[in-house]
Each structure stands twice: as structure tokens, then as C-alpha cells.
Design a protein around this ligand. Structure first.
Ligand code: GGG
Length: 355
């Protein structure tokens, strides 16, 4: 990471497929990256482990070695999907939540965009969910006690000025670079006036900070309560451009928004911090289709494109996105989530043919 983007001769990418279909779609993404040739520095893939399966095998969900190698040897990473159980398992904690914290990947950027009828035409849905990635209820401080009402479960919801400020700045930065320059702050501060109130006020204050120097003056700001935001997302998605939300709301809204473009199997994300970036499809490990070879690889290929773009490799990223758009527009080679009957490999081949 001491090398500038332009000076890098190779790009070291940590590869963590983790669980379920992550093991099928992440290899497809690495093959798409390899096919970019001289558009990017020579990719070197470093295979790393994490996940529920790793836990059942070794007793650790996120091995120290995985974190150390990502920190000391990798320029970036690709993460697949994880199948954490829905019950408490002693000694287990979600490795993706932990990894975002360990590497301080404070922004989860999730673009949701439908493919335009023809290249260059407007997409009917074109928005970005910017999800705070390190706190909210995902600090996972839960306690179970027994009182007069039987068992009582409590969770701490953490919202800090620091985390809200930096995710706010990231959201303004993204909004100011888009044609519509519109940012909607998502909260529920009519009920949670202390926690969501702090998030809302801190994000709102970003453009007024002296360090921003009027940089975001042309960004229009709106706000929406999270429940009505979901309603309006389905009724009139075109009103949204960039949405910024605390962790839990951002997680839910971005999965919901995926329904607008046909499949969760199309939605990419990056987990970004000031020093590291990790691409990750928004979908989970999909145990129902694991091992069948029919998982949609496009969210992972698009996550690779987002990761490359974040690192400044726009040509490579554009090529991947253009190839994915062409496959979708053509509509002949699609996995079952998009009502097709093609396999992961066939969709990958269709992308590779267009690179
Ligand atoms: N790639 C996104 C993903 O794996 N989603 C499922 C998820 O977030 N799971 C949380 C967990 O299992 O710990």
C-alpha cells in the first residue's frame, strides 16, 4: 500500500470465498479479473479462509492469520458469503462483521442500478446505498437475563459522532460526483431521537465543516424515516440518488432495493476504509442452491469492478461492468434467479467473451 496505484506492478488480492455459493461465485470473479490482462497490474491471488465452515473445522471463524495477511500482504480483497447460524453458538461470531471492524472498513457502498435498454440510456433505477459498517446494533453487545417477565434480551445500539461523520463525508463525496447530486439521510429519529438523532445531525453537519471548504454546497439534502423510505423505494425509486443509513437500516434497505432490479444476485458492494477495500456481493451463502453450479456470478464480478474502481483502475472496472451489462441486455445466458437456465460457468463464459 506504500506504492501509488500507478506504480504497482502487481495487485495482491486476498480471496476469501467463505461459505456456500461464495465458493462458486468468487472464483468466477477472480477469473474475470485475470482476463483483464494489461488493464490492471498483474493480479496475484492469496487464498484465505474464514466462515462457519472454517469454524466447524478449526474452532475459529476468522483466523488471526487471515487478518494478518490481509493487513500486511494484500492491496485489496474479495469476500464471498457467510452462513452464520441463527442461534447462539459459543465461541462463534460473524467473521464478516469482525473483518469489517478489524480492517476499519467503515463504509459499505452498495450501488443498485438497472441495466439501461441501450448503452448510454438512462437506467430506471440508479441509486447507491451507503451503509455505516462498524456500529449500530452490529456491535453485537447482547445480554440475556431473567427477570419478572421471564427471559429478557437486551442489545446495545452504538452511534458515534466519529463514525456518523466519516460515513456522512463518504456519502457527500459520492453524491457530489454524481449527476443528480442528491443525498437522502435515512433514520428513525422521531422514535430514536438520541441515537438516530445523533446520526442525522452529524451527517447534516458535514457540508458545514470548515475542512470541507464548500465542496458539497451543490449537494441537495433530503431525509426520510426508514419505514417510509422503504415504501417510497418501491413506489418511486427514481427519487433516490445516494442514501446514507446506519448499519442495520442500510443492510435491510439495500437487500430490499435489489428486488427493484430483478435479483439480489446482481448487487455488488465494497467495504471501504481509508487504507483498504474489500469487494463483496450483497447476497448471502444461499444454502438452497449451494453446490448446484447455478449461482449468479454477476454480483461478484461487479464487486470486483467496484473494488478496482475504488483503487483507481477505471479502465478494468469499466470493461467488467460493460461486459456484465451486455450479458444482461442480451438476456440469453442467465442463471435461474433471473428466470434463465444457465449455469454459473456459462454466465462467466458469456462475460469473458465480451471482455
Ligand atoms: N456477502 C454477504 C453475506 O454473506 N451476507 C450474509 C450475512 O451478512 N451474513 C452475516 C453472517 O452470516 O454473519
Amino acid at each position: 500500500r506504500s506504492l501509488s496505484t500507478a506504480a504497482r506492478r502487481s495487485l495482491k488480492i486476498g480471496v476469501i470465498p467463505a461459505d456456500g455459493i461464495g465458493k462458486e461465485v468468487i472464483p468466477a470473479a477472480t477469473r474475470a479479473i485475470e482476463a483483464l490482462g494489461s488493464d490492471i497490474p498483474k493480479p496475484e491471488f492469496i487464498d484465505l479462509v474464514a466462515g462457519w465452515e472454517t469454524f466447524t473445522r478449526t474452532g475459529v471463524a476468522l483466523p488471526k492469520e487471515t487478518v494478518e495477511i490481509l493487513r500486511s500482504e494484500c492491496d485489496c480483497a474479495l469476500f464471498g458469503s457467510v452462513s452464520s447460524p441463527s442461534r447462539k453458538v459459543v465461541g462463534y461470531s460473524s467473521p464478516i462483521v469482525a473483518l469489517r471492524k478489524e480492517l476499519d472498513l467503515y463504509a459499505n457502498i452498495r450501488p443498485v442500478k438497472s441495466v439501461a435498454r441501450e448503452p448510454g440510456h438512462e437506467s430506471p433505477v440508479d441509486l447507491i446505498v451507503v451503509r455505516e459498517n462498524t456500529e449500530c446494533l452490529y456491535v453485537k453487545q447482547e445480554i440475556l437475563t431473567t427477570g419478572d417477565n421471564g427471559k429478557e434480551a437486551r442489545a446495545t445500539r452504538l452511534i458515534t459522532e466519529r463514525a456518523s461523520g466519516r460515513i456522512g463525508q463518504m456519502a457527500f463525496e459520492l453524491a457530489s460526483a454524481r449527476p443528480r447530486k442528491h443525498l437522502t439521510i435515512i433514520h428513525k429519529s422521531n422514535v430514536l431521537s438520541v441515537t438516530d438523532g445523533l446520526f442525522r445531525e452529524t451527517v447534516r453537519a458535514v457540508p458545514k465543516l470548515p475542512k470541507t471548504n464548500g465542496k458539497y454546497d451543490d449537494v441537495t439534502i433530503a431525509e426520510q424515516l426508514v419505514d417510509s423510505a422503504v415504501y417510497r423505494l418501491f413506489r418511486e425509486p427514481e427519487i433516490f440518488d445516494v442514501m446514507v443509513a446506519p448499519n442495520l437500516y442500510g443492510d435491510i434497505i439495500s437487500d430490499a432495493a435489489a428486488a427493484l432490479v430483478g435479483s439480489l444476485g446482481l448487487i455488488p458492494s465494497i467495504n471501504a476504509g481509508d487504507n483498504f477495500v474489500m469487494g463483496e456481493p450483497v447476497h448471502g451463502s444461499a444454502p438452497d442452491i449451494e453446490g448446484k453450479g447455478i449461482a449468479n456470478p454477476l454480483a461478484s464480478i461487479r464487486s470486483a469492478a467496484l473494488m478496482l474502481r475504488h483503487l483507481g483502475y477505471d479502465t478494468g472496472a469499466d470493461k467488467l461492468d460493460t461486459a456484465v451489462d451486455a450479458v444482461l441486455r442480451d438476456g440469453k445466458v442467465l442463471t435461474p434467479d433471473l428466470k434463465g437456465n444457465s449455469t454459473t460457468e456459462e454466465v462467466l463464459q458469456a462475460v469473458l467473451k465480451r471482455l
